[in-house]
Ligand binder design. Structure first.
Ligand SMILES: Nc1nc2c(ncn2[C@@H]2O[C@H](COP(=O)(O)OP(=O)(O)OP(=O)(O)O)[C@@H](O)[C@H]2O)c(=O)[nH]1
Ligand SMILES: [Mg+2]
Length: 325
């Protein structure tokens, strides 16, 4: 059996191997993904974001428990954008979700950044596709986001939760209105600590000021104590009712269409960037940057020059019978 067939049959090791290939951007990963795509689009994707240490992994673990009781299979992608600098919290994530280690219907995978943030977003979307094709019913993506929540991940999810704690006052102050609008469910975890109720009031006031229309989804604020599994059922049920809302209003179709468009455009952008960097081994770009700095050109003119060059190169490679991009 080939790697893809194994993934489609739900083989965890094969899936892990394919995800590593996506992270490393190996050329055969692209080919394998060709056979993965037709099997995607069935899983429900939940984004879990919030400041460091808010309890995201503990909550995710509780949610795994809830979904497993409903006999749903679960995939988890734990992302740590800071891991390149700090060594990361990934170990913590693993420990927090250890309870489900031996369950063959739970697949947990960590992703670490190796370079720029765009690369991580790409690998995350790839990993979501792999878990989706494996047949996971629910995929949770945990990512750290403080203040400025990781909006890229929000775009990849059907339901986005933000996990706050009574100590999150500052994070809330710096939250942008656009982020408040993108979040579907607010969780105030560590409700055993002082200040959960006043945080809830604060959030309610902020939410009243966002531009939601009457028929829009009204994000609930759910209090949880993840360490003692309190509030898990209420949280899971509000995730499921958000899903029902998306399906019954036709928003789900719109969301997925938007996501497919974004993925397409981002892939085109990535290909173009790679292509530009390959032109004269990057000197071409550097020379244009010099010209920009010295005022000999402007970004618009330089961009037109680059796109002209790309068209030329493509014509040349086509004539030589090669594929350029
Ligand atoms: N008091 C209290 N502590 C909690 C609660 N939920 C989680 N914690 C603790 O908070 C700490 C961080 O929990 P995690 O689940 O690792 O938090 P996280 O958001 O995944 O953390 P990072 O992935 O490192 O950003 C752990 O020591 C948990 O035991 C809670 O409801 N109450
Ligand atoms: Mg965590």
């Amino acid at each position: 059996m080939g790697l893809v067939d194994k993934v489609l049959a739900g083989d965890v090791k094969a899936a892990a191997r394919l995800i590593s290939k996506i992270e490393d951007e190996t050329p055969d990963a692209l080919e394998e993904m060709d056979s993965i795509y037709p099997h995607t689009g069935k899983a429900y994707v939940i984004g879990v974001t919030g400041p460091p240490g808010a309890g995201k992994s503990t909550l995710t673990d509780n949610l795994i428990g809830f979904f497993r009781k409903k006999n749903m299979s679960v995939g988890v992608i734990a992302i740590d954008p800071t891991s390149a600098l700090t060594g990361g919290a990934i170990l913590g994530d693993r420990i927090r979700m250890q309870r489900h280690n031996t369950d063959k219907d739970v697949f947990i995978r960590s992703l670490a950044t190796r370079g720029w943030i765009g690369g991580l977003a790409k690998a995350t979307i790839g990993a979501i596709h792999v878990m989706d094709a494996m047949g996971k019913d629910v995929i949770m993506v945990e990512t750290v986001g403080s203040g400025q929540i990781e909006i890229d991940i929000v775009k990849a999810a059907d339901t986005t939760l933000v996990v706050l704690t009574p100590a999150s006052g500052d994070e809330i102050q710096t939250m942008k209105a656009g982020i408040l609008e993108a979040v579907n469910i607010f969780v105030i975890n560590k409700a055993d600590k002082d200040g959960a109720d006043s945080l809830k009031l604060n959030l309610e006031t902020m939410l009243m000021m966002t531009n939601r229309r009457q028929n829009d989804w009204q994000p609930p604020i759910i209090l949880t104590e993840a360490v003692s599994d309190k509030g898990t059922k209420e949280l899971a049920e509000s995730i499921l009712s958000h899903r029902d809302f998306l399906v019954s209003t036709g928003e789900m179709q719109k969301c997925r269409r938007e996501r497919a468009r974004l993925e397409l455009l981002e892939t085109v952008q990535g290909l173009l960037k790679d292509f530009i960097h390959r032109l004269d081994e990057g000197d071409y770009l550097e020379k244009l940057v010099d010209d920009l700095l010295k005022g000999r050109t402007n970004p618009h003119r330089a961009a037109r020059e680059i796109t002209g060059r790309i068209v030329n190169e493509l014509d040349n490679t086509k004539n030589r019978g090669k594929v350029g991009l």
